[in-house]
Design a protein around this ligand. Structure first.
Ligand code: PMP
Length: 350
């Protein structure tokens, strides 16, 4: 991208806590608000009509905490139950339990939830760790949901419809890879919930770095411009990302076809992607490996080939599963393939 994403900030700029006192989310930079809405409109992955509230956070991690706070109530006699269908993103239980809150508590796998009590279901789609496309599984009257759509971008999955849930989370970390900028955003329908989230962020960090917001706004803006530019020579950001991910998945699956297979990989249905206008495959950010020999998959990879992964138990399932990142640098990814191939047999999946 060369200089196109460069941001220059002079010494006396952006000194105030406030970004826009007219907005409910007073610490959201208008440029970022605009870039987020524009990008979602261009990609078509989420509804961002003017009546939706956008709340910026220090990563979507802070917004997850803000949502737990906003969706719970001090008036309930017991902390509200927080569930997610296994395998679930390993940080949800940790984040939910950490403060031993009286407002909410971790209640485990949503597939096993049988209490007749208020609950919040966290739905990650595409899912971390297994890349599956998901909806709520509990579906009880009065149930609340947090939709974590960190990976709902064209490089990872076909964009089949505009997500339009009450509370949705997105993050710069997964949209573009800029995890260190620590910018996430929530799209929320209800003003009371949005206001509670803003209060949470005010109390925990008095807003979000304006420098980080400006950088995110710039980069998201350039990406959106390229997606809309019909004269663009070459690929836009998402086409580039999708090609790269699809090449990597192709190589990993090929490895599996060549051998009997010590491991297997999930299969994903193709879907019509409204962004690209063609049927596309899912190319998740993680490969969810299962040991066909019912071995501890994380230990096997570490001990036999020095491949560091995160095992099933972190995600609420058994140790025959492990999660491998597909987002490493090229050299590391090639090394991963080499080492996987050296394990007697290899990956079975197509
Ligand atoms: N949700 C999911 C599903 C994730 O995988 C991650 C990052 N691993 C996050 C949230 C946290 O993202 P952030 O960097 O925005 O805090």
């Amino acid at each position: 991208m060369g200089d196109r994403c460069k941001v220059v900030i002079v010494g006396d700029e952006f000194m105030s806590y406030f970004c826009n006192t007219m907005n409910l989310c007073w610490f959201l930079l208008p440029e970022l608000d605009n870039a987020i809405r524009t990008l979602h409109r261009v990609v078509g992955n989420a509804m961002v009509d003017d009546d939706r509230f956008i709340i910026v956070g220090n990563g979507s991690t802070q917004l997850f905490h803000a949502l737990l706070y906003a969706l719970s109530s001090p008036d309930l006699p017991e902390p509200i139950n927080v569930v997610a269908a296994a395998p679930f993103y390993s940080s949800y239980p940790e984040e939910t339990k950490f403060l031993r809150s009286k407002l909410y508590k971790w209640a485990g796998d949503a597939n096993c939830y049988d209490k007749d009590e208020p609950y919040i279901e966290v739905v990650t789609s595409p899912n971390n760790p297994d890349g599956s496309i998901r909806g709520t599984v509990v579906n009880r009257e009065g149930g609340k949901a947090i939709h974590d759509l960190a990976y709902y971008w064209p490089q990872y999955a076909p964009i089949t419809s505009k997500a339009d849930h009450d509370a949705m989370l997105f993050t710069f970390s997964k949209a573009t890879g800029h995890a260190g900028t620590r910018i996430g955003w929530a799209i929320v329908k209800d003003k009371v919930i949005a206001a509670k989230m803003v209060k949470f962020i005010e109390v925990s960090s008095i807003g979000v770095s304006r420098e980080a917001q400006l950088r995110a706004a710039k980069i998201l803006g350039v990406i959106a411009d390229d997606c809309r530019n019909l004269d663009l020579k070459g690929e836009n950001f998402f086409e580039y990302g999708r090609r790269l991910m699809s090449e990597r998945w192709g190589k990993l699956r090929e490895l599996g076809m060549k051998s009997n297979g010590v491991f297997s990989l999930p299969k994903y249905p193709r879907g019509y992607c409204k962004f690209t206008g063609e049927y596309t495959d899912s190319n998740p950010a993680f490969a969810w490996l299962k040991s066909n020999e019912v071995l501890n998959c994380e230990n096997l990879l570490r001990d036999e080939s020095k491949i560091i992964t995160r095992g099933g138990p972190s995600f609420g399932v058994d140790s025959t599963y492990t999660r491998v990142s597909m987002l490493s640098r090229d050299v590391e990814f090639e090394l991963l393939l080499e080492r996987l191939a050296a394990i007697k047999g290899t990956v079975n999946g197509n």
